[in-house]
Ligand binder design. Structure first.
Ligand code: OSB
Ligand code: MG
Length: 369
C-alpha cells in the first residue's frame, strides 16, 4: 500500500560458539526485511547462509527475490493481494517467509492485533530442546550437553554425519540416561550405501529418533528405515509444503512407518503454509516439533506464532533463545527459558522490543525500496 517502505538488511551477527552441521560451519549472516508505515515497524528474517547448503536458497538469492517482487507487493492494496503475488512464484520459501512476516508484523502494529490472536493460537509453556553441533571430541560434546541439561533442555538434538555417528549418541545415552535424544543427519547419509544403513541401524539403538537421514527428495527410504528399525524418523529438509505432510501420513499408513516432522516456518514459505501444515498434522496425528535454523529473536517469534496453534503431539522444539547462539540478542527483552520451557508470548508485532541500533551496527548492506 501507499506509504509503506522497505529496507533489506544483510547483517553479520557474531556467534557465541561455532555451530557445525554436516554442511560445515554456520556463518551468522542473516537477511532481514524491515517495513515501515506511520509510526509502525515490521520485520522479517530469512535465516540463510551465504551458500545454498541447507536448502537451495542463500543470502543473494533472498535479496534478489525481494528486490524483484517488492515493487509488485507494494502495488497491492490488501494483504491478500500481497499473498497472491508471493504465491504465484515457485520456490524461494525463505524469502517469501521473510516478506510475509515483515508485512504481517507491520499490520499487527497498525491494527493493534497480536498475530497469536489473529491465528487463533494460545500462549503456553513449550518444551525446548538444545541443538548440539558437530564437535571435535566426545568431551566437548558432553560439556555442551551438560550445559543444556543444566538449563533444563527437554531433549538433546545432536548433529551427526558419516564418521561422527554412533560414538556421539552412544556417549550421550550413557551419560544422560532417560534424556530423549534426537540425531540430526541433515541428509548426509546415502540410501544407496549399505554401510550407511548399517551405521543408521546402530545409531537407532541409542536414540529416540533420527532426523533427516537421507537427502531432501527422499521420503520412501526414511519410511523404510523407520519401519525396519522400529524408530521415529523425523523429516526436516524433505518437508516444504503442506502436501508433504499428507505424504507422511500416507507412508505411515501404507508402510507401517513412524514418520514425523520438524516444522520450520521459513522452509514452508511462511505463516500461512505453516498453519495449513499444522492443521493437517493434527488431523492425521503426525507428531511435529517447531524447528529452528539459528534464527534470531525475529525468526524465533514467527516460529512462536506457529507453535501457539499446535494443540497436540508437539515435541520439544528448537526454541533456545538467540542469546544462546549469538553474542547478543536482537531483543531488548529477550525470550528466556524456565526449567526447559519457553513461555510463548502474545504481543503486538514481533512480540519483543527490537534492538534496531544493534542490528544496524552489524549491517553489511542495506537496500531501501
Ligand atoms: O537441521 O535443524 C537443522 C541450524 C541450521 C540449519 C539446519 C538446522 C539447524 C539447527 C538449529 O539445528 C536449531 C536451532 O535453531 O535452534
Ligand atoms: Mg534438521
Amino acid at each position: 500500500p501507499e506509504g509503506i517502505s522497505f529496507d533489506i538488511v544483510i547483517a553479520k551477527l557474531p556467534l557465541k560458539r561455532k555451530f557445525r552441521t554436516s554442511f560445515g560451519e554456520a556463518y551468522g549472516t542473516r537477511v532481514f526485511l524491515l517495513s515501515r508505515a506511520d509510526e509502525c515497524i515490521g520485520i522479517g528474517e530469512a535465516p540463510v547462509d551465504p551458500y545454498p547448503l541447507y536448502s537451495g536458497e542463500f543470502v543473494e538469492s533472498v535479496v534478489e527475490f525481494a528486490k524483484k517482487v517488492l515493487p509488485e507487493v507494494k502495488a497491492q492494496d490488501t494483504v491478500s493481494g500481497m499473498y497472491n503475488v508471493l504465491r504465484k512464484y515457485r520456490g524461494n520459501n525463505f524469502a517469501k517467509a521473510m516478506i510475509e512476516y515483515s508485512i504481517l508484523t507491520l499490520v499487527s502494529c497498525l491494527t493493534n492485533t497480536s498475530l497469536v490472536k489473529a491465528v487463533g493460537g494460545r500462549p503456553f509453556a513449550l518444551p525446548v530442546q538444545e541443538s548440539i553441533g558437530i564437535v571435535d571430541s566426545v568431551d566437548e560434546l558432553l560439556k555442551w550437553a551438560e550445559e543444556a541439561i543444566s538449563w533444563g533442555a527437554r531433549r538433546l538434538k545432536v548433529k551427526i554425519e558419516p564418521g561422527w555417528d554412533v560414538e556421539p549418541v552412544k556417549a550421550l545415552s550413557r551419560e544422560f540416561p532417560g534424556v530423549p535424544i534426537l540425531a540430526d543427519a541433515n541428509g548426509s547419509f546415502s540410501p544407496l550405501k549399505d554401510s550407511h544403513w548399517e551405521i543408521l541401524s546402530e545409531v537407532a539403538q541409542y536414540v529416540n529418533s533420527i532426523e533427516q537421514p537421507f537427502p531432501p527428495g527422499d521420503l520412501v527410504n526414511s519410511a523404510k528405515l523407520s519401519y525396519e528399525e522400529a524408530i521415529e524418523v523425523t523429516l526436516d529438509e524433505s518437508v516444504t509444503s503442506p502436501n508433504n505432510v499428507v505424504e507422511l501420513a500416507t507412508l505411515n499408513e501404507e508402510m507401517g512407518s513412524f514418520l514425523s516432522f520438524n516444522l520450520k516456518p521459513p522452509r514452508m514459505g511462511g505463516l500461512m503454509e505453516s498453519l495449513k501444515s499444522v492443521e493437517l498434522a493434527q488431523q492425521y496425528d503426525i507428531p511435529l516439533f517447531i524447528g529452528g535454523s539459528l534464527e534470531t529473536a525475529v525468526g524465533r517469534s514467527l516460529n512462536m506464532v506457529v507453535a501457539s496453534t499446535v494443540s497436540k503431539n508437539l515435541e520439544p522444539s528448537d526454541f533456545s533463545p538467540d542469546q544462546y547462539f549469538y553474542e547478543r540478542s536482537l531483543a531488548k527483552d529477550p525470550f528466556d527459558i524456565e526449567c526447559g520451557f519457553v513461555r510463548l508470548r502474545d504481543g503486538i508485532g514481533v512480540m519483543f522490543d527490537i534492538d534496531i541500533d544493534y542490528l544496524m551496527s552489524r549491517a553489511i548492506e542495506k537496500i531501501s525500496m
